[in-house]
Design a binder for this molecule. Structure first.
Ligand SMILES: [Zn+2]
Length: 303
């Protein structure tokens, strides 16, 4: 009974959308994806009147990105578990001076050793949208891969993580807080576009990193849909992957995330099944994690 009322509200809103969608108007649905070329798309129906996909004229000038690194596919019908690793910063932090920041950071050397070990041990890396396609039965599943995810869009994603990923031919998914882009310590759109061009996936992480469980329905639609739409316009590519700020979400928020067009969303739940694409657990990689601890974390999911 815990979800009875939110589910009722969602059903009520969905029926309102269906009733007010005339012919020629796009309905919100699981197959809608934020696109760079959808500025004529009337995504804002009755339930989402304020959402506009920004002008994409600049985005269309972005060169096509390099193809994402491929992974070795599992035999048809097999879906091995795909550990999803959660990172924030790749930087050196003084543990005594900033214990919280230290816990959220791995050093460039730590990160290089981790990715080097993954590649040497035969793990491929997979982007979140490809992981979702595998779980949804729409794409190949990797035989033995991990997904590397980076939250918040800090500048060291570009200056420190990207060189390591490129050195080892790895890919990752970077979740951007659209309203923080260009602020002190965060990447600007040029760096984010460069990540994309280097074969990384760019996902959305809301507009302002607010706890979504404190917002009403329309505010959530705004935070979830408009962040993805702006990022899509800026990078000139669809945005399919979302990450709940601070991992805070509920059934209604997950339903909104699905309905506005994402194919998957990650949480901060440490472990669990990957059957629910909008409640995907992730293993947190800590700053004080030893190399052995890192290897054991990955191997515990996928030996
Ligand atoms: Zn975050």
């Amino acid at each position: 009974m815990r979800f009875a009322i939110p589910l009722f509200i969602v059903l009520l809103l969905l029926s309102a959308i269906v009733l007010t969608s005339g012919p020629g108007q796009a309905r919100l649905g699981p197959f809608r994806v934020f696109g760079a070329f959808s500025s004529g798309d009337t995504a804002g129906t009755a339930a989402t009147p304020t959402i506009q996909v920004p002008d994409t004229s600049l985005a269309t000038q972005v060169p096509a990105p390099a193809p994402a690194p491929a992974f070795a596919a599992a035999p048809i019908g097999q879906r091995p578990y795909i550990p999803i690793l959660m990172y924030h910063y790749v930087r050196a932090v003084d543990q005594a001076a900033d214990p919280l920041g230290y816990g959220l950071s791995v050093t460039p050397n730590q990160f290089a050793a981790q990715v080097e070990w993954l590649r040497r041990s035969g793990y491929d890396t997979i982007q979140m949208s490809a992981l979702a396609a595998c779980i949804h039965g729409e794409g190949a599943c990797p035989a033995r891969a991990v997904a590397l995810t980076f939250d918040d869009g800090y500048i060291d994603a570009y200056t420190a993580a990207l060189p390591v990923l490129q050195e080892y031919g790895a890919t990752a998914t970077f979740y951007i807080v659209s309203g923080f882009v260009g602020q002190d310590a965060y990447m600007g759109w040029d760096e984010i576009r460069a990540l994309r061009s280097a074969g990384m996936e760019i996902g959305a992480h809301s507009i302002s990193h607010i706890d979504l469980t404190t917002l009403n329905h329309d505010e959530n639609v705004d935070q979830i849909a408009r962040s993805g739409a702006e990022i899509a316009a800026q990078i000139g590519a669809p945005v399919r992957s979302f990450c709940y700020p601070a991992g805070r979400f509920n059934a209604e928020i997950a339903a909104i995330t699905r309905d506005v067009g994402y194919t998957n969303a990650t949480t901060t739940v440490q472990e669990g099944s990957q059957d629910d694409l909008f409640a995907l657990p992730r293993a947190r990689i800590y700053g004080d994690m030893s190399q052995e601890g890192f290897q054991a974390t990955v191997a515990a999911y996928l030996p």
